[in-house]
Ligand binder design. Sequence first.
Ligand code: SF4
Ligand code: SF4
Length: 73
Amino acid sequence: MAKKAQIDLEKCKGCDMCIAVCPKAAIHKSGTSNKKGYDYIAINLDLCNGCGACYIICPDCCFTIVETAGSAR
Ligand code: SF4
Ligand code: SF4
């Protein structure tokens, strides 16, 4: 089992704090606006190692760290 980040894109305000702290450079802007009009972020799950840094830093509690099937990287 591997841990991965998941995002609630409708909570995201596009502040980019998670992008700055991700050690795997797995987070990028989606280029798409959510219902609030913010350019929310997307996660490259091939790069994400589930470290939780994004979960800790996000002021809007957008992230969940989940167990996924598949091997850890
Ligand atoms: S830290 Fe949270 S609110 Fe800010 S861009 Fe990342 S997911 Fe969105
Ligand atoms: S859990 Fe860690 S590696 Fe994955 S997106 Fe968040 S900060 Fe990046």
